[in-house]
Design a protein around this ligand. Structure first.
Ligand code: PEP
Ligand code: MN
Length: 341
C-alpha cells in the first residue's frame, strides 16, 4: 500500500504518518517528489487495520499495491532511478554500453579487449571470472586472477568493470575489485546469492532468468533491494521459447513493460539473446528504439579462439562499426552517447 500525501501536507504531517506506520511494526519507503510525497508501506498491511491512516492530517488517499514487489515498483517511486557505476550513470540521458569478452582468458586477451571497447565508446568493461557453464568440462574461469586482470584493465583504460558472481564466496572476493556485480540468468532465483549482493552497496546487474516472468524478475530485484542495496540495473538477455533459430528469444517487449512497472534502468544483451554475431546489430538497434538504457555486447580480440561464446562475439572492428551505426539512432531517440571517439 502507498499513502499519497496532499500537496500542502507539512513535514510534521509526513512524520506523523511515518511514525504511525512504524509503530504498527511496518517499514516505510519515503519518496518525496516536487509535487507530492508518497509513503510506501512495506510488510503485512493488516497490522495497520486500527490505525485510521486515511484520517491523519495531510493524507490524500491510500492506494493498494497488489504486486508483491514494492521497492522496485514504480508505484512506490516514480523514478527514473539513475544508478552510478564508476564514473557513468545508467538510467539517465546517456546510453551506456558494457562490452568485453565472455570470459577473462588471459591478461593479454583482456587488455586487448579493454582498449578495443574503450576506443569504440563503451563505458564499462565486462569479463567473466567465474563462468556458469552448462557443462562442468567447459572452461570455468580464472576466478580471482581474472578479477585482478579486470582491475588492471580499469587502471589502464578508466573503464568501470562488471563481473559475474556465482557464489557467496565469489561475492566476497569480487567486492574487492569490481564496480558492478552481475547476477547471471542461471542464478536469478538464487535467493541466498541475491541477499548476499543486497548486503553490499555495489551496483548489481540482474539478468533475467531463462524462464522467468517479468514479475519473477522484479521480485528477484526486490530481494536485493530489501537487503538495503537500491543500486539494481536489469538486463534482458533473451528467454527460452520453442524457437531454435536463435540461442534464446529476445523479449523486446520486456523493455517497455519494465519501464511501465518499475523505476529501475534496463539494458539489453543481444549477444546472449541471439547467440549469433550477425544478429547482434539489428537487435541492439531494436533495443535502443524500444527505450533501453544501455547494451551489453560480447567482444573478443579473436572470436575464433574464444574459450566461450565465440559465435556470438564481435571482433573489435565489428564492434566499432556497431557503435558508429548506433550513434545516430541513439540521438534520434533523444539520448546521448558521448564517449565515441
Ligand atoms: C554472461 O553474461 O557471460 C552470461 C553467462 O550471461 P547469461 O547469464 O545471460 O547467460
Ligand atoms: Mn557469454
Amino acid at each position: 500500500m502507498i499513502v499519497v500525501m496532499r500537496p500542502d501536507a507539512t513535514e510534521e504531517n509526513i512524520q506523523t504518518v511515518i511514525k504511525t506506520i512504524e509503530y504498527c511494526g511496518l517499514k516505510v519507503h519515503l519518496s518525496q517528489g516536487s509535487e507530492v510525497t508518497i509513503i510506501g508501506v512495506i510488510g503485512d498491511k493488516s497490522k495497520l487495520s486500527k490505525s485510521n491512516l486515511e484520517l491523519l492530517e495531510g493524507v490524500d488517499k491510500l492506494v493498494p499495491v497488489t504486486e508483491s514487489y514494492k521497492l522496485s515498483n514504480k508505484k512506490f517511486f516514480a523514478g527514473p532511478s539513475i544508478i552510478k557505476v564508476g564514473n557513468c550513470e545508467i538510467g539517465g540521458k546517456e546510453i551506456v554500453i558494457m562490452a568485453g569478452p565472455c570470459a577473462v582468458e588471459s591478461r593479454e586477451q583482456l587488455l586487448a579487449s579493454a582498449h578495443a571497447v574503450k576506443k569504440a565508446g563503451a563505458q564499462i568493461l565486462r569479463g567473466g571470472a567465474y563462468k556458469p557453464r552448462t557443462s562442468p568440462y567447459s572452461f570455468q574461469g580464472l576466478e580471482e586472477e581474472g578479477l585482478k586482470y579486470m582491475a588492471e584493465a580499469r587502471e589502464e583504460t578508466g573503464l568501470a568493470i562488471v563481473c559475474e558472481v556465482t557464489s557467496t564466496q565469489a561475492v566476497e572476493t569480487a567486492a574487492k575489485y569490481v564496480d558492478m556485480m552481475q547476477i547471471g540468468a542461471r542464478n536469478m532465483q538464487n535467493f541466498q546469492l541475491l541477499k548476499e549482493v543486497g548486503k553490499t552497496k555495489i551496483p548489481v546487474l540482474l539478468k533475467r532468468g531463462l524462464c522467468a516472468t517479468i514479475d519473477e524478475w522484479l521480485n528477484a530485484a526486490e530481494y536485493i533491494m530489501s537487503e538495503g542495496n537500491p543500486n539494481v540495473v536489469l538486463c534482458e538477455r533473451g528467454i527460452r521459447t520453442f524457437e531454435t533459430s536463435t540461442r534464446n528469444t529476445l523479449d523486446i517487449s520486456a523493455v517497455p513493460v519494465i519501464k511501465a512497472k518499475s523505476h529501475l534502468p534496463i539494458i539489453v544483451d543481444p549477444s546472449h539473446a541471439t547467440g549469433i554475431r550477425d544478429f547482434v546489430e539489428p537487435l541492439a538497434k531494436a533495443s535502443i528504439a524500444a527505450g533501453a538504457d544501455g547494451l551489453m555486447i560480447e567482444v573478443h580480440p579473436d572470436p575464433s579462439k574464444a574459450l566461450s561464446d565465440g559465435p556470438q562475439s564481435l571482433n573489435p572492428e565489428a564492434f566499432m562499426k556497431l557503435t558508429k551505426n548506433l550513434k545516430p539512432l541513439i540521438e534520434l531517440m533523444g539520448r546521448s552517447f558521448n564517449n565515441h571517439e
